[in-house]
Design a protein around this ligand. Structure first.
Ligand SMILES: [Zn+2]
Ligand SMILES: [Zn+2]
Length: 271
């Protein structure tokens, strides 16, 4: 039963906790815990590194209830096969992602399907996968809820659609892509085709794109914002933070902003 929906008056509320184990093109994994339910959104690190980082927050791979996959790019699925085979962790994906990847062969015994746009439950959590325009088979973002609070996770977008705005509205915590600074990308070392892909509608959000989205979805209940998938070559965390702060404005001065990193785990966010 979902926490908020089923809690009786006076019963202690169980928080949702979120920890970015890794963020960026070297690997993405967001850990989410609600009571005894633990999931990862993506598992883009090797199993060895995932295990090491989970141990830093007193967790281990075999106790994960699920890994839910946003899309099949390697920085999101690197550790999926070993998690499935060695630790029997259920892997949730949509059918298009399964077909476009080696997931069916890698996780034949633990692969579960969700339908984009249709909510599904994992333990205490209700997950709503919503479509995003990023250039994989059928990329999704997730709105994760315990019936009391909502956490939005969208790390590879490309552009902002109505479904993205809806999926990320009413969130108490947001993990959102702030991939590149437009000038740094255009003046930087990427070849022209890659600059076009990254900045295009099916690539990644710039700081300014993400800032505009924050202005759209901001509401008084927003407590945390994690800036995710920040490019090491075409961005600086300080630029992303500056843009996020500007977008949050005086109304969002109390929102805690942190940066998802590839090399170390983030703080544990409690909502
Ligand atoms: Zn990615
Ligand atoms: Zn991607």
């Amino acid at each position: 039963m979902l926490n908020g929906a089923g809690a009786t008056p006076g019963e202690r509320e169980v928080p949702i906790e979120v920890c970015m184990l890794s963020s960026g093109s070297d690997g993405n994994a967001a850990f989410v815990r609600s009571g005894s339910t633990t999931i990862l959104v993506d598992a883009g690190l090797s199993l060895k590194e995932l295990s090491r980082r989970l141990s830093l927050i007193d967790e281990e791979p075999r106790s994960l209830d699920a890994v839910v996959i946003t899309h099949e790019h390697i920085d999101h699925v690197r550790g999926i096969g070993p998690l499935s085979r060695r630790h029997r962790v259920p892997i949730f994906t949509n059918d298009a992602t399964a077909r476009a990847s080696t997931l069916r062969a890698q996780c034949s015994d633990t692969l579960e399907r969700f339908t984009t746009g249709t909510p599904f439950e994992v333990g205490n959590l209700l997950l709503r996968p919503f479509p995003v325009p990023h250039d994989a088979a059928e990329t999704v973002g997730f709105n994760v809820s315990d019936g009391r609070v909502n956490v939005g996770v969208a790390t590879d977008l490309g552009s902002v659609t109505l479904e993205v705005r809806e999926g990320l509205s009413n969130c108490d915590a947001l993990v959102l892509e702030f991939n590149h600074d437009e000038s740094m990308l255009m003046d930087g070392p990427y070849p022209p085709f890659l600059k076009e892909r990254v900045s295009g509608p099916h690539g990644h959000l710039s700081n300014d794109d993400a800032g505009a989205l924050i202005e759209d979805v901001f509401h008084e209940g927003l407590q945390y914002l994690v800036l995710a998938h920040i490019s090491r070559i075409n961005n600086k965390p300080s630029l992303s933070v500056k843009t996020a702060r500007k977008a949050l404005g005086s109304g969002g001065a109390d929102v805690r902003v942190s940066v998802g990193r590839h090399d170390i785990i983030g703080e544990i966010i409690t909502v």
